[in-house]
Design a protein around this ligand. Structure first.
Ligand SMILES: Nc1nc2c(ncn2[C@@H]2O[C@H](COP(=O)(O)OP(=O)(O)OP(=O)(O)O)[C@@H](O)[C@H]2O)c(=O)[nH]1
Ligand SMILES: [Mg+2]
Length: 244
């Protein structure tokens, strides 16, 4: 971490929960209890910057982006991956936000569509994120049921996660690029499952905690925020219909 903190860019599929992820981390840092279902969000249409001050005086800067293959107001044309990365590049240049320390790539586990990733999109990515740490986050795991209509166990989630990554790794796709060993300075690209925090997946604040160990405090002002939700609470949320 530099003196100011980290700059974390979120990119990936539309409605994969990028904006909700940022808001959940922000709420956790502000002391809200975990396990609250995300609110309805409008599609993100531009680059939105969220500054989350941390108790240690540093801050996390999140850069939220429009979703790949998503909705676009007005002319009705969805932004291309390349266009979204260029918007981010322009934003960084205009705001002088500094280097992006982390890139989180999001995909909805319920709706996995391989993202094409070639040519100019790839080159822009390389320019922007040459020194960034990359991680992949599959989301909305709380909406996935097993064959018995129950929330998936950690084991079941792992198997499903493998198949999602296999499906997305088509030739010329973003996942193929990400796991081809050419990025992240050759280091392994970490994978996380996100949703309501139970044993099968992590909360957004847990993920940030793992990526940046010292930033989301587990101290006394944060009691309960980073701890896993109890299974009783989980079942009661499940019964209340928090899954669609
Ligand atoms: N059940 C459930 N719903 C979620 C979760 N994360 C997000 N949502 C909901 O899914 C919808 C889309 O979430 P967003 O956070 O707007 O997704 P996004 O990736 O920012 O979408 P775009 O800005 O369009 O790219 C919202 O209505 C959220 O409330 C999750 O983990 N579980
Ligand atoms: Mg959004």
């Amino acid at each position: 971490m530099d003196m100011k903190g980290h700059t974390i860019a979120l990119i990936g599929g539309f409605e994969s929960g990028k904006t909700s992820f940022i808001k959940s981390v922000r709420a956790a840092v502000n002391g809200s209890p975990s396990g609250i279902p995300p609110a309805e969000e409008k599609p993100t249409l531009g680059i939105d910057e969220y500054n989350v001050p941390l108790p240690n005086g540093q801050s996390l800067t999140f850069l939220d982006t429009p979703g790949f293959d998503g909705y676009q107001a007005g002319d009705g044309h969805a932004k291309e991956t390349e266009e979204i990365l260029q918007m981010l590049e322009e934003h960084l240049a205009a705001k002088g936000t500094g280097l992006v320390s982390h890139v989180l790539f999001f995909m909805n586990a319920n709706d996995m569509v391989p993202t094409e990733f070639k040519g100019r999109a790839r080159r822009t990515f390389e320019r922007l994120f040459a020194n960034s740490k990359l991680a992949c986050i599959s989301t909305r795991w709380d909406q996935i049921e097993n064959d018995d209509g129950l929330p998936v166990t950690a084991e079941e989630a792992k198997v499903k996660e493998e198949s999602i990554y296999d499906m997305g790794r088509t030739s010329g796709s973003f996942l193929e690029y990400l796991f081809g060993g050419q990025v992240n300075n050759g280091d392994e690209v970490l994978r996380f499952r996100s949703g309501l925090p139970i044993e099968a997946y992590s909360s957004p604040q847990d993920i940030i905690h793992k990526l940046l160990p010292r930033s989301v405090s587990r101290g006394k002002n944060c009691r309960g925020v980073c701890s896993p939700i109890s299974s009783r609470h989980r079942r009661s949320l499940w019964r209340k219909g928090y899954r669609s």
